[in-house]
Design a protein around this ligand. Structure first.
Ligand code: NAD
Ligand code: TDX
Length: 336
């Protein structure tokens, strides 16, 4: 029986990963390690609560990490502080979780010769300009803009260094922006959907021209499973659907799907250091591992996501209040 340790398994992507793993790979024994920060929620795992072991704890705790890694064959490392706006307001937890937490896992997988898959982001590469069709590749130079992406870049470098210096069995994936069920309401798509559902006008940063590549969380997790099964140790894989949209387009689509006028949103001051465009070239993942995104129509994936938020108000109502209060108390500082 494979013993898998999933860090951050009570968060958005991790919980979707655990739920689909339990359904598709019932021979695995899954332990989730999650600190249940504001972003983690045990309810995200309630459909599989009887099928997994849940440990509430911190990846920055080296003794706990040592004990859990020792009893595992594979670690899938999702745990992170994940929100760019929060990292600009207070970077300290990002250093602790994203850098120190990853270091602890690396030391433990080195000690016990355990396979590691490290989940990262395309934000480590910085921004692309709007007027080209250039895409990030596995060879693109790292150039992070925010404290969040700098800590994710640091963690990727640590994984690569541990691979080269100590020969640990690790892979890395850098995925584009995710969307789908269980995403925290601080992020663009669920923030907009829940704003419209509660009578708040969505807030679009700057002119809304920034472009993101939207990948459904199930497609991201299917790629992670392929990398776990057939990925080349030591390699990095980029994951992205190819579905690029400006924030203005995303906002207008959400408004249309919720039967609102297309201009029922407000432009607000921009995020400092706001990356203009992200786009990945996922050719390697597609050709070497046979990955194909199932959600190749962003609008229908978005419509499904809207339905999920409509049907799960009790999941997000309290978080919506605290998140909007947090945004109101910490508006983005003016860009220099
Ligand atoms: P999330 O914020 O929804 O979930 C993070 C989870 O990690 C939460 O359950 C939280 O409680 C847990 N956690 C935080 N600090 C911890 C600590 N010190 N110890 C243990 N657990 C801790 O994030 P997400 O969107 O699900 O992102 C998961 C991973 O995917 C992150 O590594 C992120 O960088 C990466 N990623 C996210 C996206 C995206 O669009 N959301 C895209 C690419 C990559
Ligand atoms: O209210 C908003 N208005 C707005 O215009 C919010 C919350 C965001 N935005 C903009 C900023 C970005 O251009 O929308 C875009 C998406 O913002 P986020 O949802 O905060 O995502 P982003 O900053 O692109 O980062 C996300 O994708 C990569 C995840 O949060 C990261 O964890 C992941 O690594």
């Amino acid at each position: 029986m494979d013993r898998i340790l999933v860090t951050g398994g009570a968060g958005f992507i991790g919980a979707n990963f655990v739920q689909s793993s339990v359904r598709r790979l019932p021979h695995q024994r899954i332990t989730v390690l999650d600190a249940l920060t504001y972003a983690g929620d045990r309810r995200n795992l309630s459909p599989v609560a009887d099928d997994i072991e849940f440990v509430e704890g911190d990846v920055a705790d080296p003794e706990l990490v040592d004990r859990l890694v020792k009893q595992s064959d594979t670690v899938v490392h999702f745990a992170a502080e994940s929100h760019v706006d929060n990292s600009i307001g207070d970077p300290a937890p990002f250093i602790r979780t994203n850098v120190v937490g990853t270091f602890n896992l690396l030391e433990a997988v080195r000690r016990y010769d355990v396979r590691l898959h490290h989940i990262s982001t395309d934000e480590v590469f910085g921004a692309l300009s709007l007027d080209t069709d250039t895409r990030f590749t596995e060879e693109t130079r790292y150039d992070p803009s925010s404290p969040y992406s700098a800590t994710k870049a640091s963690s990727d470098h640590l994984v690569r260094a541990w691979t080269r210096s100590y020969g640990i069995a690790a892979t890395i994936s850098n995925c584009a922006n995710n969307y789908g069920p269980y995403q925290h309401v601080e992020k663009l798509i669920p923030r907009h959907i829940t704003s419209v559902l509660t009578g708040i006008r969505p807030k679009v940063y700057g002119a809304g021209a920034n472009v993101r590549e939207w990948t459904h969380v199930d497609d991201h997790n299917a790629a992670v499973q392929l990398i776990l099964q057939n990925g080349r140790l030591g390699d990095t894989y980029l994951i992205g659907s190819g579905q690029e949209r400006s924030n203005k387009q995303v906002t207008e689509t959400i408004l249309r799907l919720l039967h609102q006028p297309p201009d029922a949103y407000d432009l607000v001051p921009d995020r400092p250091g706001h990356d203009l465009r992200y786009a990945t070239n996922s050719h390697k993942l597609r050709t070497d591992l046979g990955w194909t995104p199932q959600y190749d129509d962003f609008e229908s994936g978005l419509a499904n996501t809207i339905t999920w938020y409509r049907e799960n108000r009790s999941w997000w109502q309290t978080a919506k209040l605290t998140t909007e209060a947090r945004y109101a108390a910490n508006p983005p500082p003016a860009n220099s």
